[in-house]
Design a protein around this ligand. Structure first.
Ligand code: ZN
Length: 235
């Protein structure tokens, strides 16, 4: 440890704040009756997705508390309690679930405000057991809110996500594959950005590339010099 003058992660916090607003906009387009309809995530209705987003905010409060106090506070006590928390919130009446998500987001905002600058470099662990600095927490929330806002099927799409966030999402997908030794044999191109050094070249717009690599689309809009492979899940 350097003893620390690591400042708060300004860019990540900016993506996170804008992402929460983006999610709130998507949520605002849905009527209570529409909560029971499917999301774009197979097997997840919108209630369950919103319940997950609320519990995820609280789980990330736990990581910031851990970073700030040094007392180990995991995201979830166990996978079972994570699932139980989502199921419970998903069963709330829509108006209550809406309020609960906003309240959880408010708790996360408070936890971010309570972080002293030097606590951002503290190490915590993700639910998968990966050690990360607390600076990763606003990114973990950013990718949740930006991508699940699309999954809500409320009329927002990857084209509505800022390019720098989309590029960071694609970076994240490749990083996760690398960690799990699941990197596909691909070289992916979007504008002047590229990922991977594999043998199959795939190109498209950044929203189309991000949609396919995150498992949200079939990749039909992409250009490739061979059949697209089946990809490992991102998260
Ligand atoms: Zn999620």
């Amino acid at each position: 440890m350097s003893g620390g003058s690591i400042a708060e992660p300004t860019e990540l916090l900016d993506w996170w704040r804008r992402g929460e607003e983006h999610l709130a906009t998507a949520l605002g387009r849905l009527t209570d009756e529409e909560f029971a309809a499917p999301s774009l995530l197979p097997g997840w209705d919108r209630r369950r997705l919103l319940a997950h987003l609320a519990r995820n905010a609280d789980a990330l409060v736990n990581l910031l508390t851990w970073a700030r106090t040094g007392t180990e506070t995991p995201m979830y006590p166990s996978p079972e309690s994570r699932d139980a928390g989502i199921a419970e919130a998903a069963g709330l009446p829509p108006a209550v679930l809406r309020t609960e998500l906003m309240a959880a987001t408010g708790r996360l905002t408070d936890a971010v405000r309570a972080m002293p600058a030097d606590a951002w470099s503290a190490q915590v662990r993700t639910a998968q057991g990966r050690p990360v600095p607390a600076t990763e927490v606003p990114w973990m929330r950013s990718r949740e809110v930006w991508v699940h806002a699309v999954d809500l099927d409320a009329g927002v799409d990857f084209v509505d996500v800022p390019e720098d966030v989309l590029a960071a999402v694609v970076d994240d997908v490749f990083r996760m594959w690398e960690v799990r030794d699941q990197a596909p044999d691909l070289a992916v191109f979007a504008g002047d950005r590229e990922w991977g050094t594999g043998s199959l070249a795939v190109a498209g717009t950044l929203p189309d590339v991000a949609g396919w690599l995150t498992g949200r689309t079939s990749g039909a809009a992409l250009q490739a010099d061979g059949p697209l492979p089946t990809l490992a899940a991102w998260l």
